[in-house]
Design a protein around this ligand. Sequence first.
Ligand SMILES: C[S@@+](CC[C@H](N)C(=O)[O-])C[C@H]1O[C@@H](n2cnc3c(N)ncnc32)[C@H](O)[C@@H]1O
Length: 278
Amino acid sequence: MTTQLPSTEQIRHAWETVAPGFDDFVSPLTMTLGETVLDRLDAGQGTSLLDVGAGSGALAIPAARRGADVLAVDLAPTMIERLAVRARDLPNLRARVMDGEHLDLADDSFDVAASINGVTLFPDAGAGIAEMVRVTKPGGRVVLVCFAYGVEHAEWVRFFFAAVRTAVPDAPLPPADPPPLPFQLADPQRLQTKLVDAGLTDVSVEVVSWDVEVRSAAHYWDVVTASNPIATQIVAQLSAGQQADVRQVLNGMLRERSDGAPGAVLRSPMNIAIGRRP
Ligand SMILES: C[S@@+](CC[C@H](N)C(=O)[O-])C[C@H]1O[C@@H](n2cnc3c(N)ncnc32)[C@H](O)[C@@H]1O
């Protein structure tokens, strides 16, 4: 598997391809994380909130339901279309296709600029963070949420990688060093330093657990392979027989986790980093 960084167009294409699966399966599971983030922000009526790399609305929709005036932006048009469908009863939520590395927005516009697993997986996360800082009002907050501690701690990802490695030992898994982009800011200290270096003050990083219940190996396989570009890329290189072997290993792993039951709760530590624009 190549470690070459993808271009913006390649990233757009990758997320376009999985957007329907992401919307169907992952956004409903991530809404709880969106609520957890919002509980820390007091972002209700009167708050203007930008969600960068919004997907189909795991943060933007609960924020709008709490009364915030929300702009959700994403590189992938299908994500934005899906988000708009989910938000059709929310007049205080607007959604636009936009590159988070080059926000087409004025300086000092938002009380809160937030991103869950969005900006932190850009190849140039620093550029995305700088843009979030630029469009945040002085005194406003910038919020970044991403996996904490590394792949080995994130069961949502680790179960899939481990099953592939067990069933197909020579499968093309992403290298551990450098880590896959979703884990580039997994170290809480590194994430904090990144926000301080971006000019923010009062930076805090809290680690919370994102718990996802999967009903069975088949359900977990369907969710992961339909919604994630890295998983899609791995699966595309496996034969049908190898894919069946991975599902069988997953079945064993989940049952072992839950005393023989087919499903399990997968727990992943997540960083919630919040800084204030001076
Ligand atoms: C893992 S998904 C997270 C979506 C959403 N924040 C959530 O938590 O459900 C990453 C999202 O970032 C978007 N994305 C990737 N690169 C982007 C960029 N340069 N500008 C804006 N969005 C981007 C993708 O299209 C995708 O919707």
